[in-house]
Design a protein around this ligand. Structure first.
Ligand SMILES: [Zn+2]
Ligand SMILES: [Zn+2]
Length: 247
């Protein structure tokens, strides 16, 4: 069963040319959106994908380019599409996501909307445990990674073969472990094009990876000046917004 992955956006948090770095996955009859930034509904609309096609949304960490579109999705699913979908959320993020991100817009005590569970079928994920999204053919494992100090943030390991960094600092030992010991076939990594890499891996850092690892790397979460770096990414390749990749 192959995994179809389509980046609905590939841009950094500051990009104006690309949509937020969010991914649409399809496998075993299930359609999952990975992260839902402020541009997510516009990006889906540009690809002619309506929200009624989604079966779930997974959140990797709390920044607006990853969660800023959830309020609209919650309202549209409730009032327009009249269907509930899964919200897969790391256990450490569930309370914060409601209290600090969504409660202001979504709480409606009079109508009984007082928590995430009133809008979504919430599935709480724990790190390091592969979770069956749609049978054993479509699984996701949370991998805790460093992004902002003291804020939980997760990379994902999809179907035991695709590493998806979401937003993470450079961690060559972790990437080498997935490459050598965990059967990793592809690494989708965020890539900051200017130096130094502080909260993201920078291109200069990623270029220090051994070539056999670089060959597996698709760069995402890039800035508007990406063209200046075409041909300067070693054995790594920029992932294309909107294109469907099969793994
Ligand atoms: Zn981001
Ligand atoms: Zn982030």
């Amino acid at each position: 069963m192959s995994l179809h992955l389509q980046m609905i956006g590939t841009g950094s948090a500051f990009s104006k040319k690309y949509y937020n770095n969010n991914a649409l996955l399809r496998c075993n009859g299930f359609t999952l959106l990975i992260d839902c930034g402020v541009t997510a509904t516009r990006a889906l609309d540009a690809l002619k994908i309506d929200l009624g096609q989604l079966d779930g949304v997974l959140i990797t960490h709390i920044h607006a380019d990853h969660v800023g579109g959830l309020e609209e999705i919650a309202f549209q699913l409730l009032y327009v599409f009249r269907r509930r979908i899964k919200l897969l959320v790391p256990s450490l993020l569930k309370e914060t996501l409601w209290i600090h991100t969504l409660k202001g817009g979504l709480e409606n005590k009079e109508e009984g909307f007082c928590s995430l569970d009133d809008y979504f079928d919430v599935v709480v994920l724990e790190p390091h445990v592969p979770f069956p999204i749609a049978g054993r053919e479509f699984t996701v494992e949370l991998v805790p990674t460093r992004h902002i100090p003291n804020k939980p943030s997760y990379s994902l390991y999809l179907n035991g073969k695709v590493f998806y960094s979401s937003d993470a600092r450079f961690d060559p030992a972790l990437l080498a472990d997935f490459h050598r010991n965990r059967g990793c076939e592809a690494i989708l990594h965020d890539c900051q094009l200017f130096e130094p890499g502080t909260v993201h891996a920078s291109l200069a850092e990623l270029l220090t990876l051994p070539e056999d690892i670089q060959r597996k790397v698709l760069l995402m979460h890039y800035g508007d000046n990406k063209e200046e770096f075409e041909g300067k990414t070693g054995a790594m390749t920029f992932i294309e917004q909107g294109k469907i990749y099969r793994f």
